[in-house]
Design a protein around this ligand. Structure first.
Ligand SMILES: NC(=O)c1ccc[n+]([C@@H]2O[C@H](COP(=O)([O-])OP(=O)(O)OC[C@H]3O[C@@H](n4cnc5c(N)ncnc54)[C@H](O)[C@@H]3O)[C@@H](O)[C@H]2O)c1
Length: 276
């Protein structure tokens, strides 16, 4: 029931946006045009502040604290989604960059956490629902060893970070955890298409190239390789968050109704330039 004087829209489907960071908020604002938005972030206070700002702007937005590496938190998130009538859209944006954490944490958040969320919300999907998982161009410029690739087929296995560290040896660094986690995420979306398809729902990954965000700026400072990637980007600029929000909105919408189990590169042509 709509309450006078509020921007509540109980008639709209629910979009869960995991990760209320810079890109997450650009995506949330876009999805709010056609959805109620539930923001979930490990920093619950920040998520609530963001939701309050969105409500001031006329969006139907709420927030919840959720550490995606905690099964209990993710189960509680799924409970909230069930109480609000099920899942319309999942936009999974949360992630850690190589400068933000160590090898195991990056695998745990970027891959295991993402898969935990998608697995918990899948039963709440219905005909037309879509899950869009934000990956990275890094997934396209990296190939794990056969041993690592086989471990990545089970992203929610509790000992995945340790077993990956064991097979990767000295290369188990934060710099490599990032492409490994995103490679695993793209694989996960391919592997999950059949399960989501059983409910008439879709799952896709999106792989942005260099995006102008605070996270992206930090990586420019810390990684000289990123400057070289910038120079090789055919469009000679970073992507804006609005351009990624556009692509997520498209992938989550009925206009993408036959797109599932695949990845969309939004990288200004960088992967093509690196591979040719
Ligand atoms: N910025 C870039 O250039 C770039 C490029 C390609 C892909 N990406 C991807 O885009 C996504 C978002 O990037 P951003 O720039 O908005 O980053 P950001 O750091 O602004 O936001 C990430 C959010 O994830 C949340 N988070 C971290 N750990 C969490 C956990 N355990 N549980 C729940 N939430 C958690 C953080 O609190 C934060 O709000 C990431 O997945 C990143 O890998 C970014």
């Amino acid at each position: 029931m709509h309450r006078i004087g509020t921007s509540e829209r109980p008639d709209l489907p629910l979009a869960v946006v995991v990760g209320a960071g810079a890109l997450g908020m650009a995506v949330a604002r876009r999805l709010a045009l056609a959805n109620r938005v539930l923001l979930a972030d490990v920093d619950g206070e920040r998520a609530e502040e963001c939701a309050a700002r969105m409500r001031d702007e006329g969006c139907d937005a709420s927030a919840t604290a959720c550490d995606i590496t905690s099964s209990a938190d993710v189960a509680a998130l799924a409970g909230q989604v069930a109480n609000r009538g099920g899942l319309g859209v999942l936009a999974h944006v949360a992630g850690l960059s190589p400068s933000a954490a160590g090898f195991r944490s990056i695998i745990r958040v970027n891959l295991a956490g993402a898969a935990l969320v998608a697995e918990a919300l899948r039963p709440l999907a219905r005909q037309g629902s879509a899950a869009v998982l934000v990956s990275s161009l890094a997934a396209h410029s990296f190939q794990p060893s056969p041993e690592a690739a086989s471990l990545l087929r089970e992203p929610t296995s509790p000992d995945l970070p340790d077993r990956l560290a064991a097979v990767m040896g000295e290369s188990a660094t934060p710099q490599l955890a990032y492409p490994v986690s995103k490679w695993g995420m793209n694989l996960y979306c391919r592997m999950q298409a059949a399960a989501w398809g059983e409910m008439g729902a879709r799952i896709v990954s999106i792989s942005p190239g260099l995006i102008a965000t605070p996270m992206g700026a930090l990586e420019f400072e810390k990684s000289p390789a990123k400057r070289q990637m910038y120079e090789k980007t055919p469009l000679k600029r970073e992507c804006t968050m609005l351009e990624i929000a556009d692509a997520v909105e498209f992938l989550a919408s009925p206009r993408a109704s036959f797109i599932s189990g695949t990845d969309l590169l939004v990288d200004g042509g960088l992967a093509a330039a690196l591979m040719s």
